[in-house]
Design a protein around this ligand. Structure first.
Ligand SMILES: [Zn+2]
Length: 209
Protein backbone atom coordinates (compact mmCIF):
# COMPACT_ATOMS: atom_id res chain seq x y z
CA UNK A 1 0.00 0.00 0.00
CA UNK A 2 1.10 3.57 -0.53
CA UNK A 3 1.01 6.66 1.73
CA UNK A 4 -2.71 7.53 1.24
CA UNK A 5 -3.86 3.99 2.07
CA UNK A 6 -1.60 3.72 5.13
CA UNK A 7 -2.93 7.12 6.32
CA UNK A 8 -6.54 6.04 5.83
CA UNK A 9 -6.01 2.75 7.70
CA UNK A 10 -4.63 4.76 10.66
CA UNK A 11 -7.56 7.20 10.61
CA UNK A 12 -10.18 4.43 10.41
CA UNK A 13 -8.48 2.50 13.22
CA UNK A 14 -8.52 5.53 15.55
CA UNK A 15 -12.14 6.36 14.70
CA UNK A 16 -13.34 2.75 14.88
CA UNK A 17 -12.24 2.48 18.50
CA UNK A 18 -13.65 5.96 19.29
CA UNK A 19 -10.32 7.37 20.47
CA UNK A 20 -11.44 10.84 19.37
CA UNK A 21 -14.21 10.82 22.00
CA UNK A 22 -11.70 10.64 24.84
CA UNK A 23 -8.76 12.65 23.58
CA UNK A 24 -10.08 14.79 20.71
CA UNK A 25 -9.05 15.03 17.08
CA UNK A 26 -5.30 15.14 17.83
CA UNK A 27 -5.11 11.40 18.48
CA UNK A 28 -6.70 10.69 15.08
CA UNK A 29 -4.06 12.94 13.50
CA UNK A 30 -1.39 11.04 15.45
CA UNK A 31 -2.68 7.73 14.03
CA UNK A 32 -2.68 9.19 10.50
CA UNK A 33 0.93 10.44 10.77
CA UNK A 34 2.29 7.39 12.63
CA UNK A 35 0.78 5.06 10.01
CA UNK A 36 3.45 6.28 7.61
CA UNK A 37 6.43 6.52 9.94
CA UNK A 38 7.93 3.05 9.17
CA UNK A 39 8.62 4.26 5.62
CA UNK A 40 11.29 6.69 6.87
CA UNK A 41 13.71 3.92 5.89
CA UNK A 42 12.91 4.74 2.24
CA UNK A 43 14.55 8.17 2.58
CA UNK A 44 18.09 6.94 1.72
CA UNK A 45 16.70 6.49 -1.81
CA UNK A 46 17.15 10.24 -2.22
CA UNK A 47 20.91 9.87 -1.78
CA UNK A 48 21.99 6.31 -2.43
CA UNK A 49 19.91 3.64 -4.19
CA UNK A 50 22.08 0.80 -2.83
CA UNK A 51 21.38 1.85 0.76
CA UNK A 52 17.69 2.12 -0.09
CA UNK A 53 17.66 -1.47 -1.32
CA UNK A 54 19.28 -2.78 1.86
CA UNK A 55 17.38 -0.57 4.32
CA UNK A 56 13.85 -0.19 2.98
CA UNK A 57 11.28 -2.27 4.87
CA UNK A 58 14.01 -3.17 7.37
CA UNK A 59 15.24 -0.26 9.53
CA UNK A 60 11.94 1.59 9.94
CA UNK A 61 9.84 -1.58 9.84
CA UNK A 62 11.48 -3.15 12.89
CA UNK A 63 9.60 -3.39 16.19
CA UNK A 64 12.50 -1.69 17.96
CA UNK A 65 12.29 1.32 15.66
CA UNK A 66 8.49 1.37 16.01
CA UNK A 67 8.74 1.38 19.81
CA UNK A 68 11.33 4.19 19.89
CA UNK A 69 9.65 6.43 17.30
CA UNK A 70 6.24 5.96 18.96
CA UNK A 71 7.61 6.95 22.34
CA UNK A 72 9.34 9.96 20.79
CA UNK A 73 6.22 11.11 18.92
CA UNK A 74 3.96 10.65 21.96
CA UNK A 75 6.30 12.48 24.34
CA UNK A 76 6.90 15.32 21.87
CA UNK A 77 3.16 15.71 21.36
CA UNK A 78 2.45 16.03 25.08
CA UNK A 79 5.45 18.32 25.65
CA UNK A 80 5.06 20.62 22.63
CA UNK A 81 1.67 19.83 21.06
CA UNK A 82 3.23 19.67 17.59
CA UNK A 83 0.00 18.37 16.08
CA UNK A 84 -1.90 21.42 17.37
CA UNK A 85 0.84 23.75 16.14
CA UNK A 86 0.90 22.24 12.63
CA UNK A 87 -2.93 22.33 12.50
CA UNK A 88 -3.00 25.97 13.60
CA UNK A 89 -0.29 26.92 11.12
CA UNK A 90 -2.12 25.27 8.20
CA UNK A 91 -5.49 26.70 9.29
CA UNK A 92 -3.96 30.16 9.43
CA UNK A 93 -2.28 29.72 6.05
CA UNK A 94 -5.37 28.52 4.18
CA UNK A 95 -8.18 30.41 5.95
CA UNK A 96 -6.23 33.43 7.28
CA UNK A 97 -7.82 32.72 10.69
CA UNK A 98 -6.27 30.95 13.69
CA UNK A 99 -8.01 27.91 15.17
CA UNK A 100 -10.45 28.83 17.94
CA UNK A 101 -9.15 28.48 21.49
CA UNK A 102 -11.30 25.38 22.16
CA UNK A 103 -9.69 23.54 19.27
CA UNK A 104 -6.22 24.42 20.48
CA UNK A 105 -6.75 23.48 24.11
CA UNK A 106 -5.06 20.07 24.56
CA UNK A 107 -7.41 19.11 27.47
CA UNK A 108 -4.79 16.93 29.12
CA UNK A 109 -5.79 15.41 32.44
CA UNK A 110 -2.58 13.54 33.18
CA UNK A 111 0.57 14.06 31.13
CA UNK A 112 1.80 10.51 31.67
CA UNK A 113 -1.52 9.02 30.62
CA UNK A 114 -1.51 11.15 27.51
CA UNK A 115 2.06 10.08 26.62
CA UNK A 116 0.87 6.50 27.02
CA UNK A 117 -2.23 7.11 24.88
CA UNK A 118 -0.42 8.95 22.07
CA UNK A 119 2.54 6.53 22.05
CA UNK A 120 0.22 3.52 22.17
CA UNK A 121 -1.81 4.79 19.22
CA UNK A 122 1.38 5.54 17.28
CA UNK A 123 2.63 2.02 18.00
CA UNK A 124 -0.57 0.26 16.93
CA UNK A 125 -0.76 2.42 13.78
CA UNK A 126 2.80 1.48 12.84
CA UNK A 127 2.12 -2.22 13.47
CA UNK A 128 -0.92 -1.93 11.18
CA UNK A 129 1.48 -0.49 8.59
CA UNK A 130 3.60 -3.65 8.85
CA UNK A 131 0.54 -5.87 8.36
CA UNK A 132 -0.56 -3.82 5.32
CA UNK A 133 2.95 -4.06 3.82
CA UNK A 134 3.02 -7.83 4.33
CA UNK A 135 -0.35 -8.52 2.69
CA UNK A 136 0.03 -6.06 -0.23
CA UNK A 137 3.19 -7.15 -1.97
CA UNK A 138 4.61 -8.07 -5.36
CA UNK A 139 2.60 -8.36 -8.60
CA UNK A 140 3.02 -6.67 -12.01
CA UNK A 141 6.64 -7.80 -12.35
CA UNK A 142 7.54 -6.66 -8.83
CA UNK A 143 9.23 -9.07 -6.46
CA UNK A 144 7.92 -9.55 -2.91
CA UNK A 145 9.43 -7.14 -0.43
CA UNK A 146 9.51 -8.90 2.92
CA UNK A 147 9.79 -6.93 6.15
CA UNK A 148 12.25 -7.69 8.96
CA UNK A 149 10.42 -6.85 12.20
CA UNK A 150 13.13 -8.20 14.51
CA UNK A 151 16.02 -6.23 12.96
CA UNK A 152 18.76 -5.67 14.20
CA UNK A 153 18.52 -8.85 16.34
CA UNK A 154 17.34 -11.15 13.55
CA UNK A 155 17.08 -10.82 9.79
CA UNK A 156 14.16 -13.22 9.54
CA UNK A 157 11.84 -11.79 6.89
CA UNK A 158 8.06 -12.06 6.61
CA UNK A 159 5.60 -11.53 3.76
CA UNK A 160 2.06 -12.93 3.24
CA UNK A 161 0.92 -11.51 -0.09
CA UNK A 162 -2.85 -11.46 -0.55
CA UNK A 163 -3.02 -8.67 -3.16
CA UNK A 164 -0.50 -7.01 -5.46
CA UNK A 165 1.23 -3.81 -4.35
CA UNK A 166 -0.70 -0.89 -5.86
CA UNK A 167 -4.03 -2.79 -6.01
CA UNK A 168 -6.70 -0.09 -6.22
CA UNK A 169 -9.27 -2.00 -4.10
CA UNK A 170 -8.07 -0.79 -0.66
CA UNK A 171 -8.04 2.84 -1.87
CA UNK A 172 -11.64 2.60 -3.07
CA UNK A 173 -12.86 0.89 0.13
CA UNK A 174 -11.02 3.22 2.54
CA UNK A 175 -12.02 6.40 0.66
CA UNK A 176 -15.64 5.25 0.39
CA UNK A 177 -15.74 4.82 4.18
CA UNK A 178 -14.49 8.38 4.62
CA UNK A 179 -16.98 9.83 2.11
CA UNK A 180 -19.91 7.99 3.74
CA UNK A 181 -18.78 9.30 7.12
CA UNK A 182 -18.54 12.88 5.85
CA UNK A 183 -22.05 12.65 4.34
CA UNK A 184 -23.76 11.04 7.35
CA UNK A 185 -21.86 12.84 10.12
CA UNK A 186 -23.08 10.21 12.59
CA UNK A 187 -22.10 6.68 13.65
CA UNK A 188 -18.50 7.46 12.81
CA UNK A 189 -17.06 4.53 14.80
CA UNK A 190 -19.46 2.06 13.16
CA UNK A 191 -18.64 3.35 9.66
CA UNK A 192 -14.89 3.09 10.26
CA UNK A 193 -15.25 -0.38 11.80
CA UNK A 194 -17.29 -1.59 8.83
CA UNK A 195 -14.78 -0.02 6.43
CA UNK A 196 -11.92 -1.96 8.03
CA UNK A 197 -14.01 -5.14 8.01
CA UNK A 198 -14.75 -4.53 4.32
CA UNK A 199 -11.04 -4.16 3.67
CA UNK A 200 -10.29 -7.47 5.42
CA UNK A 201 -13.07 -9.20 3.46
CA UNK A 202 -11.69 -7.79 0.20
CA UNK A 203 -8.18 -9.07 1.03
CA UNK A 204 -9.57 -12.54 1.78
CA UNK A 205 -11.65 -12.72 -1.39
CA UNK A 206 -8.82 -11.41 -3.60
CA UNK A 207 -6.40 -13.93 -2.11
CA UNK A 208 -8.72 -16.73 -3.27
CA UNK A 209 -9.18 -15.47 -6.85
ZN1 LIG B 1 6.21 0.31 4.55
Amino acid sequence: MTTPEHTLVGIHFALAVSLDRYTGWRIVAMAAVASNVPDWDGLPMLFDMQRFESGHRVWGHSLLSIFLTSLLMGSAQVRWDWIGKVANWSHLKFTKRPLVADDLDPKLSSAWLMVLAYSGVAMVSQILHLICDMVASGGKGLSHWAIEPFWPFSSQAFVYPLIAWGDVGPTVILMSGLIIMAKRRSQVALTSGLTLLGLCAYLMVRSLF
